[in-house]
Structure formats: C-alpha cells, structure tokens
Design a protein around this ligand. Structure first.
Ligand code: FAD
Ligand code: 2HG
Ligand code: ZN
Length: 466
C-alpha cells in the first residue's frame, strides 16, 4: 500500500520519536478542544526541525497524502484535526519548541512554531519586555497556531491581532520548499510582504515553522476594574469615557453578560464582586509610567456620576486583578459544562454593537424561541462571542439566524477564530464571489494539489479539479 511505504519512509526520516501510528498515542491529536470535530489520522508526524518538516511535506506530496498542521490544538473552528478517512497525516509542531533569541534592545523574539504562548510571554517578561498576545488558551496554544489563525484575544484594541506583531516568518510551502524570511526589521518594503498570506491562512497554504515577533516595553503599572453597566449602550459610553481619562493605556475592554457570569458562578463557584446588573465590563489599563490608579479612579467616578456604570471595583493588587480576570477567562469552560452551544465569533462596527444585540435577540426569539444566549467578548474591538445554547438545533440552523443579522450590520462571521471547517459553508454563502475567487486563486497557486489542510477555509468542491 502507498501509505505503508510512506509511513516507512517517514519513520526512517523522523526516527521513533517522530512518528506516532498507534491509536492511543494519536488520540489527543485526533479530536479538537471542543470535541466537535473528531477525525482519524493516518499517522502523526512530529518533526524536530524545519528540515525534517520540509522532508515530511515533500514525502507526503510524492505520495499524494494530505497534511493537517497542528500546534496546540486549541483552535475553535475545527481546523487542526483530520477528516474521518484515515488518509490525512497530522503534522504536529510540538517538538519544535525552542526560543532562539530574545533581543531586549531591538525588542524582538525569534521562536519556533511549537513554543507555547505562555512560555513565550514569560521569556519576554524575563527580559523586561512584553509579548502582548493574550488569550485564555495561552497555556496550550503555540506560536505556530497563533500565527496561522491570526489570533486575537484580550489585548487587540491596543496592540492589534497576531499579524501586527509578526516581523518575520519561516514557512514550508506545499511543495516542500523552505522559505526563510526570519528578518527582525521594523521596516522592510522590499517586494511583496508574502508573510501576510500565511498569517491567518489556517494551515491551508503552508506550514509556519518559525517566526520573529515584535516585543514592547513591559508595563510597570497596571489597573484592572470590573464595572456593572445598565446596558451595552452604556458600555460604549464607558469606553469613550475610559478613552478620555486613560487614553491609549487601555489594553483590554471586555464585555460580559449577566448570563455569562451566572454560568461562571454555577460551574466554578466564582462570584462577581459588584452589585447586580445585566452587563459587565472588565477594563485593564497598563503603562510603563506610574500614576494609572488615580486616572482609573477618576474614570470610575465619572462613569458612576454620569450613569454609565452602576457599580465598580478597581483591583488593588495583582491577585485582585487575577480574580477579576478569572471571571472572564472561565466563561468558555463554564459554557462547555452547561451543555452544547453553537458558537458565533462575530464583529460589527463598534458603535453598532448595541443595536446588533437588540436585533440578533429579536431574530432568535422569533425563529428559535427558548434559545439562550451566552454573549461576551472584546467590545473594544467590536468582537462578540454570541454563543447560542439551543438544545436540539443544528449549528446550520442557528448560524443562519445570527449571521443574517451580522451581514445586515456589515459585520464579519469570524472576527478572530477563523473558518476552519466549521464556517466553510457560511463563508462561501456570505463572501462576495470576487473575494472567494481571489482566495481560491491564491490557494491553487501555492497548493495546486490541495494537499495542505484540504477542506479547511475553502471547500474542496470549490477548487479546480486536480
Ligand atoms: P491549533 O488549534 O493547533 O491550529 C489552529 C489552526 O492553525 C488549524 O487550522 C491548524 O491547521 C493551523 N496551524 C496550526 N499550527 C500551524 C503551523 N505551524 N503552520 C500552519 N498552520 C498551522 N482565539 C482567539 O483568537 N482569541 C481568544 O481570545 C481565544 N480564546 C480561546 C480560549 C479558549 C479556552 C480556547 C480553547 C481557545 C481560544 N481561542 C482564542 C482559539 C485558539 O486558542 C486560538 O485560535 C489559537 O491561536 C490556536 O493556537 P493552537 O496552537 O492551538 O492552534
Ligand atoms: C474568548 O474570547 C475566546 O474567551 C473564546 O475567544 C470564545 O468560547 C468562546 O466562544
Ligand atoms: Zn475571544
């Protein structure tokens, strides 16, 4: 069999550590974090360096075997697991986990794709620098996955998505070519900025093996506050007020519904330390200079006086801040414990968020009565996680109701989690034909055999026949 020959060649090239073929060993690579997208890998290759990664890609291409790149396997869109055919090879980056260099003067970090995000954050902190990408999965998500999904998280409003922090990239193309663009330059206009194609491409155009990330000075002063607000419109007034008082020190502005916090209390026993309300905002500001606390208290005072906030607390210690963040970070796990949900990771223009929430709520009540909504997210970016708990309803049925409203508001059906396989049909339904056609042309130019994460982002059927 062709696959038996391939496995023998892979074993030769990678050694016993480098190839998993037993079902029990592969189990953790075969299903995603949400346990929604199980698959059956042909095998799991675990190359230890870029040359071995390129060799795996080359061998797979010769045998016509598709590859599913996988880093921390925390993705929310089913992009990192294989299909059920037993013919796709998972290529895990987990063994490529070296931080090659941290430069506190040039403020860069060069690292391999399998470095866990939290490890990278700690290495930056040890050098007195900040790697500002932060998300609840940072203890498992890896640099390669963060870059391949162009991850967002809680600090986007100040520092941008992962894309804005990538200075250089090394990738293996679907034909096995290694392209080394590991430059640490702040300015580089020499030709096409090809790395942007791979950032956010979810493993469909090539494999990210290493990167150079931009670092920032580490903040010395930080304030974290939790406020209850009467409604989402007041939350936007609060955003404007916080921007006036705290300027560009605001690094996170997160919205949480009362429903979200009740889930966290039910499943983790964590109580919110502010008076009742139906909406809550978690704000963090950080600065390399001191004096933030006075500004934060002035902002809170003004918000209470003007009625944007009903109640609020400013954390008075690192531990107090961590307790407030725990409320936010536990929402996803609480939702999973509550039952099945249909996730929506949407964005709309920031000023339209309150009206979006009204209209999405009305559409659900009319079309899916009884559905419960767990809404929370990155209000400072106009990005809401509008997750619907609707027992017995298919995701297709629920997606269409929510995404119709998103489309009416000029929004996006994936603000930060990507398309994976979960949102392929919705993307193809809702993106303009010319945009889809351009994406297919890019895919076909780089991966004419459709061997790099097939069926993710773009459907197999929509690509030219091989
Ligand atoms: P994986 O899940 O392994 O892969 C994700 C995609 O990238 C797949 O399509 C895969 O094929 C591809 N890929 C992986 N590695 C490579 C590589 N080296 N080269 C090419 N392609 C590759 N996301 C956010 O944006 N913001 C959040 O706030 C956020 N919070 C989360 C909270 C929780 C509790 C969880 C479970 C997830 C959260 N996520 C969030 C989603 C997820 O953590 C991010 O998308 C993360 O960037 C994925 O990294 P990973 O290493 O786990 O990637
Ligand atoms: C977050 O912001 C993540 O916490 C996860 O993006 C969102 O669980 C979700 O839907
Ligand atoms: Zn998020």
């Amino acid at each position: 069999m062709a696959s038996a020959a391939l496995l023998a060649q892979l074993r030769d090239r990678l050694g016993p550590q480098g190839l998993l073929t037993e079902e029990a060993d592969m189990a953790g690579h075969a299903i995603d974090w949400r346990r929604l997208f199980p698959g059956r890998p042909l095998a799991v290759a675990r190359p230890a360096d870029t040359a071995a990664t390129a060799a795996v890609v080359d061998l797979c291409r010769r045998h016509g075997v598709a590859i599913v790149p996988q880093s921390g396997n925390t993705g929310m869109a089913g992009g990192a697991t294989p299909d059920a055919s037993g013919t796709e090879l998972v290529l895990s980056l987990a063994r490529m986990n070296a931080i090659r260099d941290v430069d506190p003067v040039g403020m860069t970090m060069e690292l391999e794709a399998g470095v866990i995000l939290e490890t990278a954050q700690n290495a930056a902190a040890a050098a007195g620098r900040l790697l500002p990408i932060s998300l609840a999965a940072e203890g498992s998500a890896m640099a390669g996955g963060v870059i391949a999904t162009n991850a967002g998280g809680i600090n986007v409003l100040r520092y941008g998505m992962a894309r804005s922090l990538v200075l250089g990239l090394e990738v293996v193309l679907p034909d096995g070519t290694v392209v080394n663009g590991l430059r640490r330059l702040r300015k580089d206009n020499a030709g096409y900025d090809w790395k942007q194609l791979f950032i956010g491409s979810e493993g469909t155009l090539g494999i990210v093996t290493a990167a150079v990330l931009r670092l920032l000075p580490a903040p010395k002063d930080k304030v974290t506050a939790l406020l209850s607000v009467p409604d989402p419109r007041a939350a936007l007034d609060l955003l404007a007020c916080a921007q006036d008082e705290l300027g560009d020190t605001i690094s996170a502005f997160e919205l949480m519904s009362g429903f979200s916090l009740r889930l966290v209390e039910t499943h983790f026993g964590l109580k919110r330390p502010v008076a009742d309300g139906e909406w809550f905002v978690l704000i963090e500001a950080a600065s390399t200079l001191s004096g933030l606390r006075d500004a934060a208290e002035a902002a809170l005072g003004r918000a209470l006086e003007d009625g944007f906030a009903l109640d609020g607390i400013v954390a008075d210690s690192g531990r107090g801040a961590a307790d407030l963040w725990r409320l936010r970070e536990r929402i996803t796990e609480s939702e999973a414990k509550e039952g099945k949900s249909v996730k929506h990771d949407v964005s709309v223009p920031i000023p339209l968020v309150p009206q979006f929430l009204v209209e999405a709520g009305e559409a659900l009540a009319a079309k899916l009565p009884g559905a419960r909504v767990n809404c929370f997210g990155h209000l400072g970016d106009g990005n809401l996680h509008y997750n619907v708990l609707a027992d017995g309803r298919s995701s297709e049925e629920v997606n269409v109701v929510v995404h119709d409203v998103v489309q009416r508001f000029g929004g996006s059906i994936s603000a930060e989690h990507g398309i994976g396989r979960y949102r392929v049909a919705e993307l193809e339904r809702r993106r303009a034909p010319a945009e889809l056609d351009l994406s297919r042309r890019i895919k076909t130019a780089l991966d004419p055999l459709d061997l790099m994460n097939p069926g993710k982002v773009l459907s197999r059927a929509s690509l030219p026949r091989k």
